[in-house]
Ligand binder design. Sequence first.
Ligand code: FAD
Length: 293
Amino acid sequence: MLSQLGATSHLSPHLTFGTISTRTIYQSTKVRAEELKTQPKAEFSLKAFRDRLRWHDSFTQRLYFHPEIAYTNRYREFDQLYTPETLSGAKQELFQAWQQGMTGFPLVDASMRQLQTMGWMNFRMRAMCATFLTINCGISWHHGAKHYMNYLIDGDLAINNWQWQMQAGATNPLSDTFRIYNPSKNIAEKDPLGDFIYHWIPELRGYSLLEIEQEKYIETSNYPKMILDWSKTRKVNGKIVSDLRKQTKQRLLSQGGDEYDSAIAAKETVEKYWQHKDREYREYQQKLSLTQE
Ligand SMILES: Cc1cc2nc3c(=O)[nH]c(=O)nc-3n(C[C@H](O)[C@H](O)[C@H](O)COP(=O)(O)OP(=O)(O)OC[C@H]3O[C@@H](n4cnc5c(N)ncnc54)[C@H](O)[C@@H]3O)c2cc1C
């Protein structure tokens, strides 16, 4: 369902609980890579898989040396916006709708219901639901991270809480951009036939995706209307986060020192990673064209 079967390894619960080690998996991939070296696509996928194993360990290492980042904003500029304070009023209602899969955004709701039932979501859905909560609903990553930790079968404080800060736009301020996922566009890209949505939201069965988009179900189903204006909240709240990123960047640039050095290192690491990935992709394309000749 939503490219979940066979698309990724589903090893994360084992890595989290230590029932298999990164070293064992890494060594098996090396053996397998040798066997698959005449198959460029498989070789390319295995490289990407090995990258993720490195990320796993780098997140663990980060938490080991900086345990405070599990609960504290990486940069103090975000302390007013992102706080663990108890939610009340409209924010609490938004949070509950998000938790229960009742936001009126089908892909968000299907994913949140999957989380509650199975303790699982794939990477893209974890990230999309995180930006929906932090940017669109304007609710701190602390609340979302705690909810994920309560339900994920692979809940890992080191990965989960840092990923939440990342998705909330509160890390890597020297980079000029941060990503906000669009749940409607993601339906077209990731669930074009609506299989995942119909599976998790029975209230919507019998409606076409177009009818769902137009909220034609409102009269006859218990499924809610969209609880917020996605474009408007993206613009307004996205600007707040973007301005805080700029403030952080300016402070780091003018103050220099250790904090600046580590921000530069983070930015360069991400850039180098993508340059490396681009190179690997070009090599893969070349090999592919040779095998097809
Ligand atoms: C908001 C958010 C919260 C997350 N919370 C967790 C969590 O609590 N526990 C967790 O293990 N992963 C978490 N992830 C990362 C990722 O979504 C999962 O590791 C992945 O979906 C697990 O599926 P898999 O084992 O099939 O991964 P594969 O793609 O097969 O990857 C192999 C292994 O690499 C590691 N890995 C994969 N992606 C990442 C990543 N982006 N960052 C760090 N390590 C990665 C995992 O250990 C995974 O088992 C989170 C991602 C986001 C966006």
